[in-house]
Design a protein around this ligand. Structure first.
Ligand code: 15L
Length: 255
């Protein structure tokens, strides 16, 4: 078990879910966000990940970082992603390296490979094929993780997260959904898997209509329990030539 787990972007949607769920798996959390974090009983730091002094303070005594901070918007401009995701992710990896932190769990996205056509079963390390500047920024974070793993011996898991939410937000998500419970299980697995060097894993639940191979996540100990099929009755059927069906990134490939 790691010591303190630093969560960047702890006030966001995924962050809030992890703050609720990770302590139940025995993790002690330190929370960092530019926004106020409402989480009684946890050590919190308020500020920007571009603030080197703050990051150095945040990394003290930390065994692993879960890096979520950044823009989650697939329509963010290059300038926005440059600052929030590309530079921000570099700052976090660098601070982790300086502090000797052994492991980083990085929130990548399916949009790093959004131009992947639907197929029988896509491996989690399917080649980078971004569908947006956002996707490009996530591919950069993956490359950075692979570099820090090879160069500095850091264990890095890049989560190619699908569609996170309490329920699948749309018909596409019947294939790409990850539930809050599975998100916690996935991050816990990545924090505790022995012998992690660098791995890309799909951040999705065990969806009946899924086509993203869960093998890489399972190899790290991730056992998803949820399935978007429970919501299928509420969703329209998608035409097979609809980008929402045809491409991993859905309609983002056309934006
Ligand atoms: C993501 O990476 C985005 O942050 C989120 O806004 C959704 O677009 C999600 O992917 C998705 O593909 O559903």
């Amino acid at each position: 078990m790691v010591n303190i787990v630093l969560v960047t972007g702890a006030a966001g949607r995924v962050g809030t879910c992890l703050v609720d769920g990770l302590p139940g798996h025995g993790h002690a959390l330190r929370l960092l966000d530019a926004r106020p974090v409402e989480a009684a009983g946890h050590e919190t730091l308020r500020g920007d990940i571009h603030d080197t002094e703050l990051l150095d303070q945040a990394m003290k005594g930390v065994g692993a970082v879960v890096h979520l901070a950044g823009t989650p918007s697939t329509s963010a401009t290059f300038e926005e992603t440059l600052t929030a995701n590309i530079e921000g992710t570099y700052r976090v990896f660098e601070a982790a390296r300086r502090a000797g932190v052994g492991r980083v769990v990085y929130a990548s996205s399916n949009h790093a490979a959004g131009f992947t056509p639907r197929q029988e079963l896509a491996p989690a390390d399917v080649p980078v094929a971004p569908d947006s500047h956002y996707g490009v920024s996530k591919a950069y974070g993956e490359a950075l993780g692979r570099y820090y793993s090879a160069r500095y011996g850091m264990g890095v898991a890049a989560l190619r997260i699908g569609s996170f939410g309490r329920r699948p937000p749309n018909a596409r998500a019947l294939s790409t959904w990850i539930s809050p419970g599975d998100m916690v299980r996935l991050v816990h697995a990545c924090l505790t898997a022995p012998d992690l060097t660098y791995a890309e894993v799909w951040g999705v639940s065990a969806n009946t209509r899924g086509w993203l191979d869960l093998a890489a996540g399972r190899a790290l100990g991730y056992e998803p329990r949820d399935d978007a099929e429970a919501y299928a009755g509420e969703m329209p059927e998608l035409d097979h030539d609809d980008p929402e069906y045809a491409w991993l990134g859905g309609r983002v490939v056309e934006s």
